[in-house]
Ligand binder design. Sequence first.
Ligand code: FES
Length: 117
Amino acid sequence: MEDAPIQAPYSRHVFFCVGQHCDPDGRAGALYQRLLPMLGEFGQYDNPDRIKRGVTACLGVCYGGPLMVVYPEGIWYHNLDEYKLARIVEEHLKGGQPVEEYIFHRLGDHSPNGTGW
Ligand code: FES
C-alpha cells in the first residue's frame, strides 16, 4: 500500500489565471510574484492560517483579467492591479472581509449577471 501524501493546514487557496486571453500583457504573472511578500506570515508554510497560491492556464472566463479566485469562498476578482491586490490581501485574505467593489462572481451565485447577492 502506498503512503498517502501529507497536506499542511491552510485557510484559503487562491489561483491567478496566467492565460493570454484574459491577460494578454502578462500582468497576472507579475502580480502572482508580488503576492508572497504581501502575505507575510500568511505565506509561511508552518502557519495553519497560511494562504496557498497558484497559477493556472485558464479559469474559463477569458476576459477582464488579471483574474484571481479565492477558495473556499469561491470569490472572483477581476481587472487586478497591485493596489487592488494589496487591498484584497489585507482586507480579505488576512482580514476575512472580501473587497466588494472588485468582485464579479461568487460561488453559488446563479443570477444572470452574477450580482444576485
Ligand atoms: S485565459 Fe484567463 S480565464 Fe481563460
